[in-house]
Design a protein around this ligand. Sequence first.
Ligand code: ADP
Length: 169
Amino acid sequence: IAAIPAAVYMLQDQEAHAAEMERTFIAIKPDGVQRGLISEIVSRFERKGYKLVAIKLIVPSKEFAEKHYHDLKERPFFNGLCDFLSSGPVLAMVWEGEGVIKYGRKLIGATDPSKSEPGTIRGNLAVVVGRNIIHGSDGPETAKDEIALWFEPKELVSYTSNAEKWIYG
Ligand code: ADP
């Protein structure tokens, strides 16, 4: 009986965390896949404490790449960027966790790897902006749209990880 209040408290705590959970779209671009960096990149998200809820390896068509990068269609590098994204396998993923959209971008580092902090994925593993190995959604709306573009709802796997109580307390 003495344990019940603690159990109730824990449940409320977990529910509070569940309410703050968010999902982001992360993709390892063809350069990251070809360079054998999948395990290195996945492991950074995994070890941080984020939860993988969807993953697949696909070669996107040029049209699909254009949809993904539609916000950049006026930029001079748009065509080359879409050719590049559709030039080989892309590892598409959805990661879940508290603050994963914003902090995921921190793990990734600045767009131009010559300006990314050391310790970030791009800072450690890439050199030039046109080959910066990874994509991550830049906000909640983009995350929602990109997840819907790359994945069917049934491909997203909801599950409880036993590690969560050790990650979130
Ligand atoms: P991020 O990927 O960091 O969100 P952007 O949305 O601004 O950055 O750009 C999308 C992608 O377009 C970048 O990751 C990079 O691959 C490419 N890109 C951005 N700027 C340039 C540039 N000046 N020249 C070539 N490619 C670029």
